[in-house]
Write a protein that binds this ligand. Structure first.
Ligand code: RP5
Length: 161
């Protein structure tokens, strides 16, 4: 089971890298690709329409500003789309967030938080979707959660250093 990791521009890669790292941590196979909704509209449509045939289980799409990429991918496929709103300089990512989250009824995009937390959570959410029918991924997610709980508890030590 494979994830498509799509971004609107090479300028999004510094954010999407965190998603890629987390997918690797969770041992999820993925392909990464730049598809600009506005500069590559034909490629976007083709990619969305072929997503199922390409055996993608989940699409993660990151975009900033007038962030139409996740929504337009969702318009072209029933493969679930997770949208990452990229932090922007002009409007601090609120433009990205609203562009991605406010989808019309019938075409959902599962939208995560702006910035680093969202980038990581997109990968974890994709893994959770895959884990529904993949016990090995479920096991890895369980281990990941247990480890982060352990680290959070251990961070108490730092209060007394
Ligand atoms: C969006 O426009 C991209 O997702 C990027 O976040 C934003 C700016 O793109 P560049 O002008 O940096 O290529 O399509």
């Amino acid at each position: 089971m494979k994830v498509a990791l799509v971004m609107g521009s090479i300028s999004d890669w510094s954010v999407v890298k965190d998603t890629a790292d987390m997918l690797e941590t969770l041992n999820i196979e993925f392909d990464k690709k730049i598809i600009s909704a506005h500069r590559m509209p034909n490629e976007l449509q083709e990619f969305g329409q072929n997503a199922k045939n390409e055996h993608y289980s989940v699409i993660i799409a990151a975009a900033g500003g007038a962030a139409h990429l996740p929504g337009m991918l969702a318009a072209n496929t029933s493969v679930p789309v997770i949208g990452i709103p990229v932090l922007t300089q002009a409007l601090s990512g609120i433009d990205s967030l609203l562009s991605i989250v406010q989808m019309p009824a019938g075409v959902p995009v599962a939208t995560v938080a702006v910035g680093k937390a969202g980038a990581k959570n997109a990968a974890i959410l994709a893994a959770e979707m895959i884990a529904i029918s993949d016990p090995k991924t479920y096991e890895r997610l369980t281990e990941f959660r247990a480890q982060q709980t352990k680290e959070a508890i251990a961070s108490n030590e730092q209060l007394h250093e």
